[in-house]
Design a protein around this ligand. Structure first.
Ligand SMILES: Nc1nc2[nH]c(O)nc2c(=O)[nH]1
Length: 448
């Protein structure tokens, strides 16, 4: 029996159904699950468990990242892609990504996941939609297993190249029959539907301007057959809306609905440009949204109507998006940015720090179909972030809301399924200097 006792927390922000906040309490983890929350708890056997003193820590659920392109950690701040809108940005980067292979996918995923873990993220999804030079989805799955993060990789795809009216170069697209065959392979090999699962696979044709209607429809049918989730980019900016109207004769919401892309098992990234009817459609159908505020700022896409979505009952989670369009991967910073953007567009009371933290934790977990994560309650998975508030970031703060209003944005400790992934501010499961050295070598090779 593996146990960890988190003792005497300054505050436990549970995000449970009553949103309780507890002072001076303990939290006992047993075999990857939260066994007890209360006063004066003890390990079952003092010699077999670990004790973490949390007197100077705010304890929250591990944060959830609902949208990423991990491979893009190898293309941060690329000249020529620093100041472009989405389509021009993609066209600058596609030829660089076309030179990636299995090692680039693996190392960039290690770096991206480590960065997320340090910012308190215990569960991340990933959208890998290009497979050049023998790259495969399992390159990223191995990286997640090694670091120990809970992982929802999605088998993305692009099938409509430039010559057929799409945006990506023909060299980066795959045949649709091959895509569907590989989707079946990765679901059968890696998807674990059980509670507490560390790996759930989703299907994720890239975006309306890079795949056909047929592939969107076939992927939806396949996902329902296999019982896995669906994910794509939708309504990201004005170019995206114009493409939809010009090529499909309708707005993205109608396109998604006609092809089976609404429902509890679907989540769409960005959704910056959803109109009232589309927000209503998403709320009625329980379709989820991955809100990516920093990327939306970086690419000049706009401010997603998160206040209106939440008021209408749409499920919203947060995404850091790929590190070519962020260019960071700090999920706590993303939560702060989401709060600030709603305030700048709707007023100072448009989103509280607590609501932003809720979106970053249980909100994201609900979008990914994980009610067993994103909240601290007995029986839930032991995905737990401890934030040290004795440092400069939060010196002088009066309330746990300071985590979003002031800081820190990096954790002291992070547990995933009861295992320590971050310990005293360092990744405990990887040799990070070695990983970063290899990442730097790969960047130099790509630049050459
Ligand atoms: N922010 C992003 N949007 C996208 N659309 C698309 O087709 N690819 C991307 C991407 O990588 N990032």
């Amino acid at each position: 029996m593996a146990e960890i006792l988190i003792r005497n927390a300054h505050t436990i922000v549970t995000m449970d159904d009553s949103r309780r906040e507890l002072s001076g309490m303990d939290l006992l983890v047993r075999d990857g699950v939260i066994a007890s929350i209360g006063e004066n708890l003890a390990l079952t056997r003092a010699d077999t468990g670990d004790i973490i003193d949390a007197a100077s820590c705010v304890v929250t659920p591990g944060l959830v990242n609902t949208h990423h392109h991990l491979y893009q950690t190898l293309t941060r701040a690329v000249p020529g892609a620093q100041d472009a809108l989405l389509f021009g940005w993609l066209q600058r980067l596609y030829p660089i990504w076309a030179r990636f292979g299995p090692e680039e996918m693996f190392i960039s995923a290690q770096v991206g996941l480590a960065e997320l873990a340090l910012s308190g993220c215990s569960l991340s999804s990933d959208h890998l939609y290009l497979y050049p030079n023998g790259a495969r989805l399992e390159d990223t799955i191995s990286a997640a297993r090694e670091i120990g993060l809970r992982f929802h990789p999605t088998r993305g795809a692009m099938s409509i190249g430039e010559s057929a009216g799409g945006l990506p170069p023909d060299s980066l697209v795959e045949r649709e029959a091959d895509i569907l065959t590989d989707m079946i392979r990765v679901v059968d090999a890696f998807h674990d539907p059980d509670p507490g699962s560390m790996c759930r696979v989703g299907l994720a044709p890239c975006s309306p301007f890079s795949v056909s209607r047929d592939l969107m429809r076939d992927a939806a049918l396949l996902a329902r057959d296999k019982g896995v989730m669906l994910h794509t980019h939708l309504a990201e900016n004005d170019e995206d809306i114009a493409y939809s109207e010009a090529n499909f004769g309708c707005r993205p919401g109608q396109y998604a609905e006609e092809l089976g892309w609404t429902g509890e098992d679907v989540w769409h990234a960005h959704c910056v440009k959803l109109d009232e009817a589309e927000i209503d459609l998403f709320a009625r159908t329980r379709t989820g949204v991955a809100h990516c505020p920093c990327s939306n700022c970086r690419l000049g896409s706009g401010i997603a109507p998160v206040r209106r979505m939440r008021d209408a009952g749409v499920k919203v989670g947060l995404g850091v998006d790929g590190s070519a369009s962020n260019d960071s991967g700090n999920i706590m910073a993303e939560a702060r940015q989401s709060m600030l953007l709603q305030r700048v567009s709707q007023g100072a009371d448009a989103m509280s720090a607590r609501e932003a933290l809720e979106i970053a934790t249980r909100g994201g977990a609900d979008v990914l179909g994980r009610p067993d994560c994103g909240r601290l309650a007995v029986g839930k998975r032991a995905d737990i972030a401890l934030w040290d508030i004795s440092g400069i970031d939060s010196a002088g703060s009066w309330d746990p809301a300071a985590l979003l209003l002031a800081g820190p944005t990096r954790v002291k400790h992070l547990l995933v399924e009861g295992r320590q992934v971050v310990q005293d501010g360092q990744i405990a499961t990887l040799d990070m200097p070695k990983v970063i050295e290899r990442q730097t070598q790969l960047v130099h090779r790509l630049m050459a």
